[in-house]
Design a protein around this ligand. Sequence first.
Ligand code: UDX
Length: 484
Amino acid sequence: MAMAKQQHHVVAVPVPAQGHLNPLMRFCKLLAKQQPGIIVTFVDLDFAADAADAPPLAQEHHNPCPAAAAPHSLVRRVRLPSRGVDLSNGFSLSFLEVFHAFLSIAPDLEQLILSLSRHGPPVTCLLSDFNITLPTQDVADKLGIPRIVLYPCCASRLLLTHYLTQGELVSLEEVKEASTATGIEMRKVFCKLAGLPTLRNEDIPHFKHVTDETVSLWINSTKSWQVCATRAHAVVVNSFEDLEASTFATLSKCCNVPIYDVGIWVESLNEESATSLWEEDKGCLAWLDQQPTSSVLYISFGSITILSKTQYEEFLNGLLASKQRFLWVFRAGLVDDIDYSSSVAQIVSESDGKGLVINWAPQQQVLAHPSVGGFFTHCGWNSTSESIANGVPMLCWPYFADQPLNARFIVDEWKVGLRVKCSKENTGLIEKGDIDKVIRALMEGPEGKLVRENATKLKERCGQCSLENGSSYRKLKALMKSLE
Ligand code: UDX
């Protein structure tokens, strides 16, 4: 008699930041749709919870967090309050503090998994974000269950990490000994690294945010990659084969851990996100309905970017000088040291009725709207991939992390965007004239026309990957099979 197939129960652990929650939840939804009966439990790490008030896990995990009432029934959610750390200020903190806080989740996560297994179908797989590798791989190994890694950025960023881990770019000893934190001087950066275009120093990911943590965070990434490469069951990359073909081919050749390119599924982008950390202002869609086709510049710098007041003023003046229609996601905290409400009122009043400013957008719906003709972006990987999936050309103004690398691909490799250039490099400030010029180039100029055509073609190629027998479709099936 044939054995009944084991029912899968996947527990997914995200990094609790917007750019990480979204891709993990989308992947969970894809998994949940693969097989009837597969159970996916999404763990909301609640670092804002007051540790002293947190109820015991056994009671807690049966109560979904408030967001769980939101639309998605395929993926159930449980809340895991963290104990002894307070991340209520989120990512305005040092990233190292954040990573150290992650380390503390291991004992509670282990208890949660044991408890879930006692009260329902046993947990058969742990799925977790690359950036939370160190505690979650330990838990998976201890419990004897396979761990799947979700790599939320592009494959090229992962390959760079691989090269760094191998000492191909610079040795870790040299990194550790770097006395100033001004960034890693990549010894071979002008050399051709297999699977990547020739990269320049300015393309290399850096972590200059609240403070410069480039060196420490590169060390962190290499440690995580060493663990994933040797102990994980598989790595899922949120990108598709056709987009980074030679990178995926090189990664598969040089890594022992299987790599699955399972992104970017338009279908999963179109579902309600259910992971938004801010309330989406859906009223902007009605405003977009009133605007001519391809006339609106959508502006968003993601969830982490902070602009100086001087830079903001130059940006605003350049935007207004360009005389384009715009929809701007101006979240509280985007600009240092300004009065939020009066700044928003000022932008709207000076835009001659051409601009709408909101706190947080339903971004996928905005990018899919026919009135949107361009995306002024910080090039976070989610924004980049959502723009590609919707065929929207980009204006690239990378801020930090993987964004410079993404911008390099958007502009020079895929040719679906233009770069914001600084005319006075010694000041580091992008001036009003630079902003005005690049916006007009995208929205009205021949360069804009070209990248818009390229973006339309790339959208079609992206759509192919998730069709039956497309590359992402096949990889997802193969991943499911590997778990049998
Ligand atoms: C972070 C890093 O900064 C980024 O470089 C990395 O690639 C992922 O993690 P973030 O800066 O927030 O992410 O940018 P991004 O990757 O673009 O993710 C933002 C997410 O928030 C996207 O999925 C986007 O759709 C969503 N979003 C953004 C909204 O839903 N509404 C908005 O108004 C703005």
